[in-house]
Design a binder for this molecule. Structure first.
Ligand code: HEC
Ligand code: HEC
Length: 401
């Protein structure tokens, strides 16, 4: 267990501490350089999801009808869209901490978004379903979700609807018996594979310098620099590994996460790292929906997950950095200058759970802008701290070399 933890610490730390370290204030990152540092960790969304090549329009249309059909629930009260609203510009969620099911009961977990979900390495917070088809079979029979009694009951219910008889036959032309429980799941999965949300962030990654505003560039710079990409990476900025909630400073949580699936002690309190695409639309946050505001979730992350040097001491950023730099044998430039703007403002740190956290390193304030880039609808707030930053040049590039 220890070695694995250390390995993970190394990942976070390698982003933060390797390569040349320098600090400077108030600089807007050059788009080309920033893109260079992003590209190994962050990549544009593909034009289509894997598996979509074989999806016919008939299959996708059927899946869409099923996704929106409340008759998939025991009392005709709920569709997939009830908890994963993809219409009317919604973010593929219900914006509830936990979701009320067909009979009003709530489960223990927050509804993750279905947008881009087909690009994740597995489904659910604990990864217990391998892919979208396997996942779609769960909620229909789950007693606190759609509450149908069994697979046959679902097939019988849909078979009594003539339109479905026709559309299943069209969608599964080769099948002797097209309307089966497996095919219901297959069709829904085909529809979900169309839910890709490319936006300006992809344009930037592909080379359009003007695709992001100055604030967004600064935010992205910070996001990459303080090591968020150690876990939130890939085209979906997450969704491809299991990581501990609170790698550095674990909070008290009840849900054991991935452990429930593997029974491996090492997996206790690990969750599938959520995608940060469309993050401003998917509040509340975390597996239990315990954070209502994006700022709060980011603060938690900065404290719980950022490299230990960032948050170990009450003292300011510059006191911690030389040690980090010395360990790496690199030279630190301008730490004194970096300190000044914060001092002048009289707010060098914030109190977070009784511990003083230096803002400059954790980016507690700036990090709001950091994730703003992930969705154009999120207007970056006023940046209160000067753009004092720890810059880690080429850390990500050197990782990929
Ligand atoms: C009552 C609310 C509710 C309904 C109805 C519902 N879901 Fe979910 N869905 C959830 C919750 C809660 C989770 C997370 C559960 C967990 O991780 O243990 C989830 C997880 C998922 C995921 C995994 C996403 C990811 O990133 O891991 C997908 C995909 C999904 N649901 C699709 C569907 C489909 C398709 C339907 C309809 C057949 C559906 N859901 C019906 C609440 C709901
Ligand atoms: C060590 C891996 C790791 C690092 C580093 C990390 N995160 Fe996370 N992040 C996670 C995990 C795991 C979760 C899910 C935790 C939970 O649900 O309890 C998460 C959840 C989130 C969420 C909530 C998403 C949602 O849909 O509920 C946000 C926002 C977030 N992280 C932002 C950040 C930011 C910003 C940084 C950099 C300061 C960061 N994370 C660094 C692993 C990490």
């Amino acid at each position: 267990m220890k070695t694995r933890l250390l390995k993970q610490l190394a990942v976070v730390c390698s982003v933060a501490c390797t390569s040349s370290l320098s600090t400077f204030a108030n600089t807007t990152p050059k788009p080309e350089e920033l893109r260079q540092r992003c590209v190994p960790a962050l990549s544009p969304l593909p034009a289509a999801m894997p598996g979509a090549e074989k999806d016919t329009p008939a299959l996708v249309n059927l899946g869409k009808t099923l996704f929106f059909d409340v008759r998939l629930s025991a009392n005709n009260s709920q569709s997939c869209n009830s908890c994963h609203a993809v219409d009317k510009g919604r973010g593929g969620v219900d914006n509830e901490p936990t979701s009320p099911g067909a009979y009003g009961k709530r489960g223990g977990r927050n509804s993750p978004t279905v947008l881009n979900a087909g690009l994740h390495s597995s489904q659910f917070w604990d990864g217990r379903a391998a892919d979208l088809s396997a996942q779609a079979k769960g909620p229909i029979l789950n007693p606190i979700e759609m509450a149908m009694p069994n697979e046959q009951a679902v097939v019988d219910k849909l078979s009594a609807i003539p339109d479905y008889q026709k559309s299943f036959a069209k969608a599964f032309p080769g099948d002797a018996k097209p309307l089966t429980y497996d095919n219901i799941a297959r069709a829904i999965a085909a529809f979900e594979r169309t839910l890709i949300t490319r936006d300006r962030f992809d344009d930037f990654l592909k080379g359009q310098n003007a695709a992001l505003s100055t604030d967004e560039l600064k935010g992205l710079d910070l996001f990459v620099t303080i090591g968020c990409t150690a876990c939130h990476n890939g085209p979906t900025v997450g969704g491809n590994s299991y990581q501990k909630r609170g790698l550095i400073h674990p909070p008290k949580i009840e849900d054991v996460g991935r452990f429930a699936v593997t029974k491996d002690d090492d997996d206790k309190f690990k969750f599938k790292v959520p995608s940060l695409r469309n993050i401003s639309l998917t509040a509340p946050y975390f597996h239990d929906g315990s954070r209502g505001k994006l700022e709060e979730a980011v603060k938690d992350m900065a404290w719980e997950q950022a490299r230990p040097q960032a948050v170990r001491r009450r003292s300011e950023i510059a006191d911690d950095l030389p040690e980090c730099a010395r360990r790496q044998g690199t030279r630190l430039v301008g730490n004194q200058a970096a300190r000044e703007p914060l001092r002048k403002r009289g707010r060098s740190s914030l109190s977070h759970r009784g511990v003083r956290v230096p803002m400059a390193v954790t980016g507690l304030t700036d990090a709001r802008g950091a994730i703003a880039i992930l969705d154009w609808r999120y207007a970056p707030p006023e940046v209160r701290v000067e753009q004092t930053k720890v810059k880690v040049f080429a850390a990500l590039q050197s990782e990929s070399n």
